[in-house]
Design a protein around this ligand. Sequence first.
Ligand code: G4P
Length: 549
Amino acid sequence: MNPNALPANWYLCTRFSNMRIESEIQRRRTFAIISHPDAGKTTLTEKFLLYGGAIQVAGAVKSNKIKKSATSDFMEIERQRGISVATSVMSFVYEGIMVNLLDTPGHKDFAEDTYRTLTAVDSVILVIDCVKGVEEQTERLMEVCRMRNTPVIIFINKMDRDGKDPFDLLDELEEKLKIKVRPLSWPINTGTYFKGVYSLYHKKLNLFRPGSQRVEDDVFTIENIQDTALDAQVGQRDADTLRHDVELIEGVYDTFDVNRYLKAEVAPVFFGSAINNFGVQELLETFIQIAPLPQGRDTDKRHVEADEPKFTGFIFKIHANIDPRHRDRIAFLRVCSGHFERNNFYHHVRLDKNLRFNNPYAFLASSKDVVDEAFPGDVIGLYDTGNFKIGDTLTEGEDVMFRGIPSFSPEIFKELINMDPMKTKQLEKGIEQLTDEGVAQLFLHNNGHKKVVGTVGELQFEVIQYRLEHEYGAKCRFQPISMNKACWLTTTDKKQLDEFMRLKTDYIYFDKDNNPVYMAETAWALNVAIQNHPHISFHTTSEFKTEAV
Ligand code: G4P
């Protein structure tokens, strides 16, 4: 028999496998909770895990945020790196749905890590502190969601505190986050007088009892808000205010349209208090009902749909082993399509080589287990001995690279100075590997003799210096230099670009993929350059789908 001949039942096998992929997609939701530090992301995550049965007691999820005060506590950094491997992905099953929750670092210096994690999710829950409203970090995170058309649900937390007026908060959300909002629940008072939340979606009244966990008896179904039963529960004055508010909401806001949410045109808003476990279950239940299923992704050649039979996936995060004696790392892969199987060979597109993974693992709360298979929406950890960079794509053979994992212009630039010429090789290897992990970005000038490291926060320089010394035995220091923005350059007129690069030779660097980058010293210098060179585009991200500056 010809060994290449298909088995007689090949058609049925393929159909079965496609049906299996389809049904696994249907039961998955992959998302991230994002917030400005201290808004309550960790607390909400923990409550979700409690509902999912992934943890049994509150306090089991260690906060992976590096406390704002601990700016140079290296042991803390090391400890946090350990914790954040364990809590990078937390999967649990809730009402038959496999929920993959991807953790994002709260500290602003690790914002870039958060941006990359957002490329691996299909939706986000954004937590806002009702006292502080929209904060700086929230706006930036939302910008990334907007760039990627990621559907967003907003949870306004800490309603047990005296916060801003809910209508003012909604206006602030629309204005600062530049997205239409639609409340799906509404608070009855706030702070000391907070009495509960009325679900506009389920027409239920959920009464608040401070300090207590949710009790079934505290939930009332109120089909008609005019019903006097409402007065009996919350008192006449608050009942009247609620009726008035609800009338206003129904008059001002369009009816909630789930398709507009899925298209990222409108963000549903919920109110609650994560620490009191109030409004959390409602949020989770609505989330699993409306959140998008695992979505396909764009590659450099075509759009890959999640339900395609062949496996594809990309690396969005790399973690170094916390034991410096072992150089191996963990690469986090998001499955985009098909069926990933342990011990199969997959094609590493950038290196054009086939790799096999013996011990891929999935993450259940803080433990990790070897898995035999994974489906679209899943995130698996792959042991890596230096093969992977952020953005690498694995396929069953097709030469496509997933898009949408850009580097953003760093905000702080420093020159890397080698302090021990005998260890030049170690330093070069170390900085290359650390930048592959996405800890920072590296820009080279003068054939690599001058190395500039760019980050979004000061903390990374300390991390790099510490890790270069402890993991690679290379000593370095960082020298501040005055640079304001890194702009990747493209042109419709090669002559003009060559001329610009000749004129600005001191300011032209190359990124790790050898793309030319203009390092503008000031915003003014950048503006002048833009005005004088109409045929050159100056991009503040390394992927040029977004608008030029
Ligand atoms: P983050 O991950 O977004 O940074 O926030 P996290 O959950 O750590 O919460 C920040 C602080 O806000 C914590 O207090 C937490 O207890 C508190 N918090 C969270 N949700 C609520 C809420 O609904 N109401 C009120 N009043 N507080 C809330 P902390 O004092 O900084 O830390 P901890 O000592 O309580 O852990």
